[in-house]
Write a protein that binds this ligand. Sequence first.
Ligand code: ADP
Ligand code: MG
Length: 268
Amino acid sequence: MNQPDGDAPAIEGRSITCGYDGRDVLHALDLTVRHGAFVGVLGPNGSGKSTLLRALTGVLPLKTGHVALLGLSVRRGHRREIARRVGVVPQTSAAPFEFTAREIVAMGRTPHISRLHGESDHDRLAIESAMARTDTGDLGDRLISELSGGEAQRLIIARALAQEPELLLLDEPTAFLDLNHQIDVFELLRRLNRDEGLTVVCVSHDLNLASVYCDRLLLLDEGRIAADGPPSEVVTAQRIREVYGAEVLVDQETPSGRPRVTLLGGRN
Ligand code: ADP
Ligand code: MG
């Protein structure tokens, strides 16, 4: 994958403070993500995971701080170029129900499609490939209102892939999926990451899935970074107890070599 912006990391966030209605949710967060990384963002409900994604993508204005994606400052009029090169899968995608599955995926091409010439062969290939890779190819003419939550969710991922992004940010993309499709999504993200060099930042509430697939985990706690590093360092029983207030057993000697969390029940 080309890196036209020289040495700029995929994400550079400095001293990010932001929130809602005058209340700060993120407190002076620093975050750098290198090209080719596969980062999982974890943390309890309300710890600021979605807010962080909104801050990184410029949806939520910062109170202080600075964010650059692929070397492009999010604040400074790079919106169109960022829209072409950065894919976003938001947490809840209220789907506009009059659209067919293919139309939803085709929306991912919008920043690329020339108003003059319409959909090119390349656009069509990108749409087909995105649908094939997300196992949504046979949904083509179905209305999104008639799909299951899992099918709709895979379509939203397909829409982001159709865009052919260099950086993909996802907010709990497996939230409504059954176990098989959760694994499918993470397998797909891993393939895109390893084979195509896509940089992936994925919010998840699943400590085990994120530990297996991500190379780096960021654990948020009340708008601050409680831990940041490889899964084996971030996912420890003590840290889960501190951040989630839950008693767990963490096994580091697993077939995947990644930590595995077992709930023991009982909160402290
Ligand atoms: P997470 O994604 O980790 O569950 P969020 O980033 O959604 O957490 O929320 C962090 C905090 O910000 C919570 O206290 C939540 O209530 C608050 N919050 C989130 N979205 C909004 C919003 N649109 N308006 C006001 N407060 C919000
Ligand atoms: Mg969230």
